[in-house]
Design a protein. Structure first.
Length: 308
């Protein structure tokens, strides 16, 4: 079945949008353009027949970034689009967001508007399908373990499948292989969360926490990582600023000089009294979690208190 002359794909995941766009254009070799690099000749090239008779297609990503003059060009082109040269526009939206109303108004009269989205429950069968295409013998329990470990990110999951293909060639891959290959990923995510939170990057810290929650990691484990980082920062904060990083590392019980430099920078975002106050909040969060409070309530409040 031939694709529509003009299609607007929208959703939260840029990888899924591009994958769907490529599936739409099929055997055609599309020109792919990022809206930030729009030159103004792309639609003219799309409407011009190829010298060699090759079928044409144009995929435009991140259409929110298109300049106003490009939107006028699209308006003119949509008056008489080439049915044999598909134009696919990809619009990435924030969580629960929608495409701009002006873009919908432009596309809906003559084109097709489609939301591209995978629900959490859909990632496992989707991943098994992608693994099969790549020749990776992934079992259903392994797909579940991989989604729980990596989280619901299409691009990261596909990258993980490639990594598994290299690590276990011509082998049937089960949960044991997933855990062996990606051991320590939860700790790395917690490390990233601490870097963002104590670096005063509130949006980044919330995104990191959301990724951890989607990956199914235990709130108490994450809280333990935050407490460990906090103890290191308190020790670093008590060392004089005149002390070189090598001595800071030794005084604070850190293994590496680069840790001392990073932790000194993060500790500098807080007074010692503020770090002690955060320690009290961590203690209260620990009590709340062990008393049955929901991690999805306790942890965002704690992270916001640190990073705000």
């Amino acid at each position: 079945m031939s694709p529509a002359a003009v299609t607007l794909l929208w959703g939260e995941d840029p990888y899924l949008l591009r994958e769907t766009a490529l599936e739409l254009v099929g055997e055609r070799r599309p020109t792919e353009v990022d809206a930030n690099e729009w030159r103004g000749s792309e639609l003219q090239d799309l409407a011009t027949p190829s010298l060699f008779g090759d079928p044409r297609a144009l995929i435009v990503s991140d259409v929110r970034a298109l300049p106003k003059e490009a939107m006028r060009e699209f308006g003119a082109y949509l008056g008489s689009p080439d049915p044999d040269a598909p134009l696919v526009l990809c619009c990435t939206v924030a969580e629960r967001g929608k495409p701009p109303a002006a873009l919908l108004k432009l596309i809906e009269p003559t084109g097709v508007v489609t939301q591209v989205q995978l629900q959490r429950k859909d990632f496992e069968p989707w991943l098994l399908q992608r693994a099969g295409r790549a020749g990776v013998d992934l079992t259903a329990p392994a797909a579940r373990a991989l989604v729980e470990t990596i989280g619901p990110s299409a691009a990261q999951l596909v990258g993980a499948v490639r990594q598994l293909a290299d690590a276990f060639p011509a082998q049937r891959i089960g949960p044991a292989e997933i855990h062996r290959q990606f051991r320590g990923l939860g700790e790395q995510k917690t490390w990233d969360l601490c870097d963002k939170a104590f670096g005063k990057d509130l949006p980044g810290a919330i995104r990191a926490l959301r990724s951890i929650e989607e990956g199914g990691d235990e709130a108490l484990m994450v809280l333990g990582g935050i407490a460990a980082r906090l103890r290191d920062l308190i020790r670093v904060r008590t060392v004089s600023d005149r002390v070189p990083p090598s001595q800071v590392a030794k005084a604070a019980g850190l293994r590496f000089d680069w840790q001392a430099r990073r932790y000194r920078q993060q500790a500098g975002n807080f007074s010692l009294d503020e770090l002690v106050a955060i320690h009290r909040q961590v203690t209260e969060a620990d009590k709340a979690l062990k008393s049955g409070a929901a991690g999805g309530v306790v942890m965002p409040a704690l992270v916001a208190a640190i990073a705000a």
